[in-house]
Design a protein around this ligand. Structure first.
Ligand SMILES: Cc1cc2nc3c(=O)[nH]c(=O)nc-3n(C[C@H](O)[C@H](O)[C@H](O)COP(=O)(O)OP(=O)(O)OC[C@H]3O[C@@H](n4cnc5c(N)ncnc54)[C@H](O)[C@@H]3O)c2cc1C
Length: 335
């Protein structure tokens, strides 16, 4: 196996490159295909928090998997010190579904004033160590760290992938034909269109739209943080003075956001918090399309010389590096 193609340069594709650069460099040539203008990169339209979210081992397969991914990500941050990743506190709480909340966060407390926040009434609140990610900076860092690889980047969209006797033939929007020894599909919500090659294994995957408000030039102090209040999120990036509020979730493939739902989230947060939010009209609306696989579980699939990785749904930044290492391990066994 010498010539590898990776389709997709979101967090899945770039984590793959990074893991390849850190491991054994088995490939003589790696081609990375991506086209944000043709299929918008969800990783650039993401609130991008990595947090344990009160999960612990031994309750569900998905929970175990996410706990493992959080540990891998934490070690990656500690050892590799990537740009664009900031240690923060994740505050999670609310006034509804208290039984669930207390079960998940037994160490929370009722308070009107909690750390950086003042609420209009007592809320149940817990906090945990987490990471805030600036997607543009971290994704760029992952690519820069992969400079030791024999990498060719193509701003082009892959239209067909067919196994032939010499390998895997890839045809693109710009009219090129390439042949590789192996192909990895890391195309996010676009992976579901490649059912034919995967023997229909991807047919149960659903695209899920997520949108949020982004306010610029906001000054809420020196500390970045993430607050989740009854499922509504408020994320403050102190380094870039950005405030994010969201996010919605709608099972659809289109990008027109649900403005009413965003307004409701904004109003709920404004009425719970003793904090003057910027005017709703000042927000830029960001929309990403996530990929939800059965049981919300990420997947690695293989058929012949083709591999698929994805299904990261709401946890792309947690799972990226952990699952990149997993697929590389599996490919080495098959080689
Ligand atoms: C509103 C919102 C909030 C979120 N919050 C969080 C969060 O707090 N924490 C977290 O960890 N995750 C979060 N997520 C989820 C996370 O952003 C996604 O799981 C992750 O970005 C998916 O990454 P990906 O690399 O699989 O896909 P993408 O980022 O979509 O990348 C796929 C790339 O493949 C390219 N591509 C696809 N097909 C082709 C083709 N045929 N040829 C060439 N290129 C192709 C596309 O152009 C795209 O650039 C959130 C998502 C949304 C929408």
């Amino acid at each position: 196996m010498t010539r590898l193609a990776i389709i997709g340069a979101g967090i899945a594709g770039r984590s793959l490159l990074y893991a390849l650069a850190k491991g054994n460099k088995k490939f003589s040539e790696i081609t990375l295909f991506d086209s944000d203008s043709f299929a918008h990169t969800c990783s650039l339209r993401s609130t991008a928090i990595v947090a344990p979210r009160g999960l612990s081992l031994g309750h569900s397969d998905l929970g175990d998997l996410l706990v493992g991914a959080f540990q891998t990500f934490s070690s990656h941050i500690e050892n590799d010190r990537p740009a664009g990743v900031f240690p923060i506190t994740q505050y999670t709480g609310g006034l509804s579904k208290l039984d669930d909340l207390k079960k998940r966060y037994p160490n929370g407390e009722f308070a009107k004033d909690f750390s950086l926040f003042s609420f209009r009434s007592d809320v149940y609140m817990a906090c945990e160590n987490a990471y805030l990610i600036d997607p543009e900076i971290y994704l760029e860092w992952l690519l820069n760290q992969s400079s030791t690889l024999p990498l060719i980047q193509k701003n082009d969209f892959v239209l067909s992938v067919d196994e032939i006797s010499e390998g895997v033939e890839v045809k693109t929007q710009n009219g090129y034909t390439h042949v590789f020894d192996a192909v990895i599909f890391a195309g996010g919500s676009v992976n579901r269109f490649w059912n034919k090659q995967s023997n229909d294994q991807l047919s149960n995957i659903k695209p899920v739209q997520g949108s949020y408000l982004e306010f610029r030039n906001v000054n809420l102090g020196h500390h970045s943080y993430s607050l989740t209040l009854d499922g509504d999120n408020l994320v403050y990036h102190a380094h870039s003075h950005k405030l994010l509020i969201g996010s919605t979730s709608l099972v659809t493939h289109y990008e027109l956001p649900e403005m009413n739902s965003l307004l409701e989230i904004y109003k709920r947060l404004q009425s719970s918090l003793e904090l003057k939010l910027p005017d709703f009209s000042a927000a830029e609306v960001k929309v990403g399309i996530r990929e939800k696989a059965p049981k919300r579980s990420p997947y690695i699939k293989n058929h012949g010389k083709c591999w698929w990785i994805g299904g990261y749904y709401k946890n792309g930044y947690s799972l990226g590096y952990d699952w990149a290492k997993k697929i590389i391990g599996k490919m080495e066994i098959h080689a």
